[in-house]
Design a protein around this ligand. Structure first.
Ligand code: DX5
Ligand code: ZN
Length: 219
């Protein structure tokens, strides 16, 4: 499983999103876009019109993380718009199988996210419907929070389940991923790493991506 880095533009300058995306072009594997609706999480960011505009001006594949209520209604629109990966939350989806299939049908990768307190075992049978399992390593809603070490056993468990079924499901971690924590995540079995503050909080975001990648690959 190859290491992939997905910088989160939540920590970038929202007035200059295209320029901020360009700062990691060619080094980042994905651009992580956090959609928040102030209902599923206590924060409001951006929605489909901004994602559509961004898709026209960035070359890096876009990874949309939907922290919204009723993803069954909204998720497919992000895939139709051209996001290459669309992730819905287990805690919000009422018809996850239908929604994950609709995302795939539009040619995007189907992501399924679990909050820190949501156990992975209940979703074992759903794994064949999922291209990427996102394990939140903070409570979703804000950038710059501290990594929750208590999620590490769940990363291990998820990797075991994916291997047991011989699947190719990627395991993404999101929240507090930084130079100090990325090796622990990689060692536990994660292979896709979201980093907001640890990339856009730095003077040189591209160098920060490379440093994170080197740490994860060495773990
Ligand atoms: C938080 C978002 C994250 C956020 C991570 O709910 O889903 O993607 O940008 O930010 P950092 O890496 O700063 O913890
Ligand atoms: Zn995110």
């Amino acid at each position: 499983m190859a290491v992939q880095i997905s910088p989160s533009i939540l920590s970038a300058d929202f007035a200059r999103l295209a320029d901020e995306a360009a700062r990691v072009a060619g080094v980042a594997d994905w651009l992580h876009v956090d959609v928040m609706d102030n209902h599923f999480v206590p924060n409001l960011t951006l929605g489909l019109p901004v994602v559509e505009a961004l898709l026209k001006s960035v070359s890096t594949p876009v990874d949309c993380h939907l922290m919204i209520e009723d993803p069954d209604r909204w998720a497919v629109g992000y895939a139709e718009a051209g996001a290459r990966s669309v992730t819905i939350h287990a805690e919000a989806a009422k018809a996850p199988v239908r929604t994950l299939r609709a995302i795939r049908k539009e040619g995007a990768r189907a992501g399924f996210a679990l909050n820190p307190a949501t156990a992975v075992d209940a979703y074992e049978d759903l794994l064949p419907e999922i291209d990427m399992l996102l394990l939140m390593t903070v409570e979703p809603g804000f950038g710059g929070q501290s990594f929750i070490d208590g999620v590490l056993p769940k990363i291990r468990r998820a990797r075991q389940l994916v291997s047991k079924h011989g699947l190719e499901v990627w395991i993404q971690v999101d929240g507090g991923v930084a130079d100090e924590t990325i090796e622990r995540c990689a060692e536990a079995g994660a292979d896709v790493f979201v980093a907001g503050n640890a990339v856009y909080g730095r003077d040189d975001p591209a160098a920060a991506v490379q440093a994170l990648r080197a740490l994860a690959e060495g773990a």
